[in-house]
Design a protein around this ligand. Structure first.
Ligand code: SDX
Length: 428
């Protein structure tokens, strides 16, 4: 007999099934709650509410575990190639050599962008934030591929997956080149995914550009570490938009917008801005810890805390280690890294952070590496999006293939009760 949960409401007893996942996580299935009891649940921020079952990513917030399709993030970040991890997330298995070569070849052949997209792009002001540009351009892609919003859009969904994976980095580099007043670079089919991105970002028509293998390897690892994270804010957004059967491009565009927020992916930009402010302010961290603890001060320690991890974010551990290696390999001495380490040590020994189980998250150290790779601060969240793209796609596919009903949460109304209309002449 499987476990059930009993609920007593207004003297009546109700029983609801308990479901258990493959990692022994348990949930009370309340899909019949309103029909049986006339009540709904309410859980602002969904801190206790599951929106779906999923077979893609597993997190254990207490143990600091992160696995993509069962593979540990530590192994994937160290041993895998980003496109192989993208294949794993989207199709469920690590690709064999033939599958990998076909996947890479298809993506390579879609890296160019329709030249008419340049007309849309050229309309943006030079200082437009790249996340707003990327959300717009990805949504605009549906206009170039109208079959993506036909009623049988799932029949040829693979080509749209290839187009997104291939063109997203190309479009991202347009934002950077425009901000520098430099001509954009076309993709080079002879380069691997990360090297192609770096070439499009940093090559100039006046000299040869050699991709530094240390930089390309660090980027590959960073993209893997950001590739998926179960039902986070932006992924839940992609799923919710996808649940209305909106096309893949518009669903991903919505996810980019959600990721932009400083409480989510925008935190990696906010961390560096915070560390720079501390450096400008003399480098003392205690003042900022006190501000973060002061309920009357809106300041938060950016890059710290997490909805799920109540232990170290395993990605933060890997990125922190990689930061040392990358900066040493590139011969960079970044004082901001020392400030970050000092801030982390002080916070991890402070009762406020200990009591609330606030640890560094994926965003705390990532910006230090991006900066060492030459990525400008306002492109940090775009880098997060490049990494998260295969995860968004995988989650969107899982939702569409599940046939799940359109997402439509309920509410408890707390406004005015019924009242008579008041003519203008009688209004106060
Ligand atoms: C990402 O969900 C994901 O998986 C996201 C992500 C992914 O891969 O998709 O992991 C990526 O978004 C990482 C998080 C990046 N954001 C930041 O670094 C911004 C700073 N962190 C916080 O704003 C906060 O920790 C959140 C948003 C990450 C989580 O917020 P929660 O779960 O809603 O927790 P909360 O705000 O209720 O905080 C609990 C307590 C509160 O204090 P009390 O009301 O109990 O007194 O902890 C405090 C908060 O004030 N707190 C912080 C804090 N984070 C939480 N206090 C100071 N500094 C912080 N950073």
């Amino acid at each position: 007999m499987s476990e059930t949960a009993k609920l007593i409401l207004e003297g009546k007893e109700y029983e609801f099934p308990v479901i258990e996942g493959s990692e022994q996580e348990k949930a009370i299935d309340i899909s019949k709650l309103r029909g049986q009891t006339g009540h709904i649940t309410i859980d602002p921020g969904f801190k206790n509410t599951g929106s779906t079952t999923s077979a893609i990513t597993y997190l254990d917030g207490e143990e600091g575990i992160l696995r993509y399709r069962g593979y540990a993030i530590e192994d994937l970040a160290e041993k895998a190639d980003f496109l192989a991890v993208a294949y794993l997330l989207i199709y469920g298995e690590l690709p064999n050599q033939t599958e990998y070569d076909n996947f890479v070849s298809k993506i390579t052949r879609h890296t160019m962008v329709n030249e008419d997209m340049r007309k849309i792009f050229d309309g943006f002001p030079v200082n437009a934030h790249p996340m707003g540009v990327m959300s717009s351009l990805v949504s605009a892609m549906s206009g170039f591929y109208p079959e993506s919003y036909s009623k049988n859009d799932m029949d040829n969904i693979d080509v749209h997956i290839m187009r997104l994976m291939a063109k997203f980095p190309t479009l991202a580099t347009w934002c950077y080149k425009k901000s520098q007043g430099h001509p954009i670079n076309y993709p080079q089919n002879k380069l691997d995914y990360c090297s192609n991105f770096l070439h499009m970002m940093f090559a100039l028509p006046v000299e040869e550009y050699e991709v530094n293998p240390v930089v390309s390897k660090a980027l590959n690892s960073l993209l893997i570490l950001h590739a998926d994270h179960e039902q986070n804010c932006s992924t839940s957004t992609v799923r919710l938009v996808g649940s209305s059967q909106a096309n893949l491009y518009s669903s991903i565009s919505a996810g980019i917008s959600a990721l932009w927020g400083p409480l989510h992916g925008g935190a990696n930009q906010a961390v560096i801005e915070m560390l720079e402010a501390i450096k400008e302010d003399g480098g003392g961290v205690q003042k900022y810890l006190d501000k973060a603890k002061d309920k009357n001060d809106p300041f938060r320690l950016m890059g710290f805390g997490h909805r799920v991890y109540k232990n170290f974010d395993p990605r933060a551990r890997i990125i922190k280690k990689s930061a040392d290696e990358v900066l040493e390999a590139l011969g960079i001495d970044d004082p901001v890294l020392d400030i970050a380490r000092g801030l982390e040590e002080a916070a991890l020994n402070d009762e406020y952070f200990i009591q609330r189980k606030l640890y560094p998250n994926v965003d705390f150290y990532s910006g230090i590496i991006y900066r060492a790779l030459g990525i400008p601060v306002n492109m940090f969240t775009v880098m997060f999006a490049i990494g998260r793209l295969p995860g968004w796609i995988a989650q969107w596919l899982e939702l569409r293939e599940s046939g799940q009903a359109i997402g439509r949460p309920r509410q408890i109304y707390t406004g005015e009760t019924a009242r008579e209309f008041v003519e203008m002449s009688k209004r106060k």
